[in-house]
Design a binder for this molecule. Structure first.
Ligand SMILES: [Zn+2]
Length: 69
């Protein structure tokens, strides 16, 4: 059985920006080699870590409200 992709969070090392990516999101389809840059300060120093339960829940809620506007 294939391992399902796990949600992850991108965190900027230079400012406080962060974004949680869920596996079904279009962003999650990007290859791991894709160079992410911070949309706030344009820094390429983004760290990728496993998303916490709280971040996953929050992102799901955000998507729900975006889709139901
Ligand atoms: Zn930044």
């Amino acid at each position: 059985m294939p391992v399902s992709p796990r949600p992850f969070t991108l965190v900027c090392a230079c400012c406080s920006w962060k974004e949680t990516i869920l596996p079904h999101s279009h962003l999650a389809a990007l290859s791991p080699d894709t160079c992410f840059c911070c949309p706030e300060c344009r820094s390429p120093s983004l760290e990728r870590r496993e998303a916490s339960r709280q971040e996953i829940l929050r992102t799901r809620l955000d998507e729900f409200f975006i889709l139901n506007k």
